[in-house]
Design a protein around this ligand. Structure first.
Ligand code: NAD
Length: 376
């Protein structure tokens, strides 16, 4: 068992509990983290995850004395929508859920973001517990308090900051997770290491080499601690912060990653896989600008390649990718802020206007074929 304490400024803290088989005792965790007045819990999940883990969770919650209601959303990113939130809220209203009751979000980032947002706005905010069941959700989306949904115009455009009462991570849930979802989560883990610290990068690298299931607990705990530390220092992603510890560094690899997702109509890559390529592109740019050593660049490429087999990207048009970069949601005043690396473990935010367009072009081209023959 590992525990990570998170303490957002000005708010009461919460615990992330990481273990094997702890879904069975989630009732006790709920008791310890919710108000004694909480009587009813709304379990939000999707059919697939609920089908595998719903009963265990329900049983434990009930044995701790809670009445459990269940509401299932559709499967997939397209259901992370205002329509789903509306339906969930209607259900909550009809059932008369009270301010002291709580939502339990059981699933990946899609369920967590949608359910967290519903909890954030129902009665102007009721407590919720995150039970992330994908690797990405366990190391990333369940930590930090960002909740929200997509609109037809773009991803995550509507949302709220709402911290959970607790996060319960059971690494047993990873046993049923499809291989690509593991790869996508590991790409995000490499990202944390690259921007976080040499120590976190090495820990992730060693995990990738050994792939011992038992090491998942330590891996996830370290990544949660890292994400929590960044978030604690910059909870709301201050727009004009450009230092190497601002929340914005978490977007390392996302500028090119988003463009790859968009150019393939969100059908080819899991988000993490696209971020894998995006990290290599950003590391290539860093190296060509003289910021990052060649050996650190190679380490980033090797780590991304070790996460698993990524869908091919070498058939995509570099010019088109570049034309999509400017739609990056994280641009400020129409200018792209690139998250680059000075070394493994230290990010640097650079205004796109300071980078030679040829460097960007060449770096993206090279990154799309990371296993190919590399020009020295
Ligand atoms: N809030 C944040 O800070 C934050 C950060 C990063 C990403 N996100 C969001 O997270 C979402 C992506 O999350 P995701 O990668 O977890 O995808 P996801 O929630 O779509 O889950 C991936 C797939 O795995 C299935 N699944 C989940 N757990 C399973 C299990 N244990 N066994 C078998 N199948 C399982 C899901 O039903 C789904 O089909 C995106 O919407 C993204 O915007 C949010």
């Amino acid at each position: 068992l590992e525990k990570v304490e998170v303490k957002p400024t000005g708010q009461s803290g919460y615990t992330i509990e990481i273990d094997r088989g702890n879904l069975k005792t989630i009732g006790e965790t709920a008791k310890n983290s919710l108000s004694a007045r909480a009587k009813r819990l709304l379990l939000i999940s999707n059919q697939k995850v609920y089908g595998i883990y719903g009963k265990v969770v329900e049983k434990s919650l009930k044995s701790s004395g809670y009445k459990v209601l269940v509401w299932l959303m559709g499967e997939g990113e397209k259901y992370k929508s205002i329509k789903s939130v509306e339906r969930a809220l209607n259900f909550m209203c009809e059932e008369g859920l009270e301010r002291t009751d709580a939502v339990v979000a059981l699933g990946g980032g899609v369920v967590g973001d949608m359910a967290g947002f519903a909890a954030a706005i129902y009665l102007r905010g009721i407590p919720f517990i995150q039970v992330p069941t994908t690797l990405l959700a366990q190391i990333d989306s369940s930590v930090g308090g960002k909740t929200g949904v997509n609109t037809p115009t773009g991803k995550n455009l509507v949302g709220a900051f709402h911290q959970p009462q607790s996060v319960v991570i059971d690494i047993k849930t990873l046993e049923t997770l499809p291989r690509r979802e593991i790869t996508a989560g590991l790409c995000e883990a490499v990202k944390h290491g690259a921007i976080g610290s040499r120590e976190l990068f090495d820990l992730t690298f060693n995990f990738l080499k050994r792939r011992e299931e038992a090491d998942f607990i330590r891996l996830i705990a370290s990544h949660c601690a890292f994400k929590a530390s960044i978030v604690a220092g910059d909870e709301r992603e201050t727009i004009d912060r450009v230092d190497h510890r601002s929340r914005r560094i978490l977007n390392f690899g996302h500028t090119v990653g988003h463009a790859l997702e968009a150019i393939t109509q969100y059908r080819r890559f899991r988000h993490g896989e696209a971020v894998g390529y995006g990290q290599i592109a950003a590391a290539e740019i860093s190296n060509r600008m003289g910021l990052l050593s060649h050996s650190d660049l190679e380490l980033v490429i090797t780590a991304v390649n070790m996460t698993g087999k990524l869908p091919r990207a070498d058939d995509l048009n570099v010019r088109e990718i570049i034309s999509l970069l400017k739609y990056d949601k994280k641009s400020v005043g129409g200018h792209i802020k690139w998250i680059l690396l000075e070394e493994i473990g230290r990010a640097r935010i650079v205004d796109g206007r300071e980078i030679d367009p040829k460097i960007i072009r060449d770096s993206i081209r090279t990154s799309l074929n990371p296993g190919g023959v590399r020009a020295k």
